[in-house]
Structures are given as structure tokens and as C-alpha cells.
Design a protein. Sequence first.
Length: 551
Amino acid sequence: MSRAMDAAVHLFPSEDGNEAQREQLLGLLNQLLSGFDRLKDADRVNLKGGKDRSGHFYGQLAQSSRIPEGGVPLEDVTDKLLELMHDHPYHTKYFLTNILPMASVPGMIGMVAAMLANGNNLWDVYGPAGAEAEVRVISMMSQLVGYDHARSGGYTTWGGQGAIFTGLRLAIAKFDRDAPRSGVTRPLYAFCSEAAHYSLFKSMEATGLGSDRLIKIRTLADSAMDPEDLRRRMGDVIAGGGIPAYIVATTGTTDAMGIDDLRAIAHAAEEASAAAGLPRPHIHADSALGGFFAFYNDYDFDANPLGLDDETSAALASIAGRLEALQLADSLCFDFQKLGQTPYCTSLFLVKDSADLQLLDLDASETPYVGHRGYGQYHTGYTLECSRMASSISMYSALLAFGKDGYRRLLAQFVSVNHAFRRQLAAEVPELTIVNPGNPGIITLFRLYGEGMPGFEQELAGVCSREQIERTNALNERFFEQLGRQRDRMFFGDTKKHLLVPTVEGDRIALYASKLFVISPYTRIEHVPEIVRYLKTQAAHVYGNEYTPIH
Ligand SMILES: *Cc1c(COP(=O)(O)O)cnc(C)c1O
């Protein structure tokens, strides 16, 4: 072979394990890691390095980008990759915006291990390492939620959204047996709460059921679904000739961390369906965010071996009290890329009864490439994906390294920081009211109220006009902008759909609120005073432009 033909071999790892090629790879990793470390600044959110992403930034990128004619040396490529990281948000102690975690070391090492063999998780013959890790992780997490791990099943997939989507595919196949072949012919309906993630809305669109067939159930003041409203709305659907097929119960909402009461939901659904001679809808617990708190399901709160303080212990016990009912769900999800501390995209879909997956399996004649040639015992014709990454290896790595206690400690730290924040915010900045007081956990929503404006209690009680609430929403929007301008200093989240409250006019309107999400392992209780002081200054700025500040 001519030199020109084999020139690309230097771009690959070795075939035989020789030291020279290993050193080359290690050298590049070292360049990447040390270059990345030089960009870090523990007292800010964003990495160093100037980059102005405003204005025509993306348009100019589209204009100027070209594939190089000849390849660029690897060291130069690595420098280019580091340039992408300039001014990138990073999970320092002031990263308080949303469920966007730092990837842990075991999570990353697991990804690297998966890349080295680069198996395809489509089939165990192509990806035996991923298949083994996947079976192990499914069993481990099934035991955690109280599923029978000899009977349960699942697979790693594309996000909590992918899990909701597959739950819907199962529901359709259960309620309309021929639908996988003939298309949906029955009037199937799905239900979730007003505070649920928009994943189900999208899934209704994508399956062709249509989002009009999605019924949003009212939430209570703690952002959990109202089971009585579910019962009523299911009754309405059935009276109109519809068939309730799918319920998504959110066990940890993305904004307020409200936890739906699965036991009450299953009970209400069972009764509403049975009254019409129908089977209960498939219930998917959207535990993408909250599921990891199930590590506290078997914690001995009385003996308290981790030495949790009373407040943290009470919060975790109350969350675990709701998550014990996860085992009632027909399917659920763990987004490891969230509280599992692994990189994107590492989501796990679990089904209580693995036989359910057969409803979606492809016939052998449909999959001529894989899985049916007498070797390999593990094939996944029911996944929506064809090729799949072995993200299970990263999950496995993290589960081994953290162990139950490691996850418990991390969650306890997040919860205790959140408590300290709530306490200090209430004491120091009364104009910022906590609007999810009934949700213990790692998220605090707070809302700015103008002088003389009705407060949160009045909004909840339905004694405010639409105009009054809109005025407070507008004030909060300005507060979002104020915080957003300096998000490289401290990065908060916000939402425009916290709780729908009744107005005196008789309609319902969503509240805007800012969000503190404790997610970085580097945010500690001693940082809380600085965070609260910062918010006080920012609130005074917005407030001062509008009213005479109270203080
Ligand atoms: C994040 C989240 C989702 C979506 O998960 P992805 O992994 O982003 O697809 C769905 N539901 C809840 C409650 C979530 O927190």
C-alpha cells in the first residue's frame, strides 16, 4: 500500500496495544484536560476566554466554516476544540440554573471505556459490553424502585422524553392491539398534570394521536396532580366515547419539584376505568428528575447512619415517602444525565413487566441484519433507535463508584444547601417570596412582588385580577432579564409557568418565578450568604426602578 493510502492510521488507536500510540492519545488527552483546566475560574460561572456570541455570531459561523482540504494536525485540532469551550457555562458553585449537572469522573471514565470498544448496543453480538452493563443496570435500578428484577425490563434511550414516548407506544399497543400494524383506530387519550414536562405533548404529536387528545389535569398548590380532577376528566373522556390509555405521573416536576401521588392516581384511574368496564390506563412515572431520591427509600431514618440534620432528614423522608409508590407504575425513567451524574445522553427506561416490550417488537423478517441468526441472546427490536450507544457503561461506572451512600450524601448536600437558601432568603429579602414552599428538595422558586401589590397568598386564593397578576409577572420578567445579564457571575433559572392560579375574572393564569436549582457539588452552605446578598442587590435594582424600595 502506498504511503498516501495508509496516511490516516495515525488518527486511530493502536491495533496491537503498542506504547507509542497509547502515549500519543494520552498526550492529546493531557493537552485537552490541562487546556480546559486553564479556562476554569471557581468564582464565576463561565469558563475564561473571550467570545461574543451575540449579534450575527451564528450567521458568521455559517458563512465562514469550511472543511479543510488537508487534515489539521491533532494538536491544532485539540486547540480548536478548546476554543469552543471559551466562555462556556461550567458547574461551579454559582451554577444554579436547572437540572444540568457536572459529569462526574466515573461517568466520564465509563463513556471513555464505551468509546474504546465502540460496540453497538443494537445487539449483544456487536456490543456485548454495553449489553452486559445494560442488563446489570436495569436489574440494579429495578431493585431500587421495588420492581421484581426477574420480571422487569428496559433499555437505555434518548432522554426522559424518549422514555415518555416509549411509554405511550406501549399504551397504544395495549389499548389497540392492531395499532402497531394497522395504525390507531380507537379514540385513545392521554393525561398528565399542568406541571408535567412537554415531552408528552410532543409524543402525542409524533405518534399521530394529536396533542388535542392530551388532557392536562389540574395541579394542587404543591404542583402535584389533583387525583380528583383526573377522575373527573377521565369520566368526561369516557362519557364522550374516548378511551383513557396513558397517564404520565410526574414524580419530580422540572420547575417546582412537585411529586405526583402515584398511589392516589393509580386508585382514581383504576376506578374511573373500571366503572366503564375498561382496563386501567398504562401509567408511566416520569421520574427522570426525581427518581434518584429513591436511594432514600431504604434509608434507616431512625438510625440515621449519615448523620443528617433534622430538617434535611425530614425533607428526604417526605420525598422518599412519595417515591415508595414508584413500584406501582407500569414504566418509569432514570435520567442518569441528571441526578445520576453521568454525561449526556444517558437515560434509562424501565418497564415493570418485560413482556410489555414484546408488544412493540419487530418480526424477525423485519430485521434481517441482526439478532436472529442463532447467536446472541439479547436483541432490541422494540427500541425506536437502531444503533445505540452503550451509555449503560457510564451508568454502571457511576453506580459502582458512588454506591447508594455516595448518591445519598450528594442529595443530602443539595437539600441542605437549598434549606439554608430558603431560610436566609426569607429573612434577608422579604420582597422575594418563595412560591414552592410545599416542595422540599433541591429547587426553590421565588417571585418578586412590588410594593402595594397583592402577594402569593392572595394569588393562590384567587382574589387577584388578571391585570394585577400580569403586572407582577412583568416585574418578574424584568428581574429575569436583570439576572440574565450577569449570568456569567451567578446563573439562575426561571419559569413562566409555575402554577396556574384562579383570577377574579374566573380564568386561570400562570405565575412567573425565578429559580435556584442546587446541582453543583461545589455549592456549599457557606456560599449561601453571598448568593442571597447578590439576589438582594439585583432585586433592589429592578425594584428601585419602579417603586421606592422597602429598605
Ligand atoms: C428532563 C426531564 C424530561 C426530559 O428529559 P430529557 O432527558 O431531557 O429528554 C422529562 N421529564 C422531566 C420531569 C424532566 O425533568
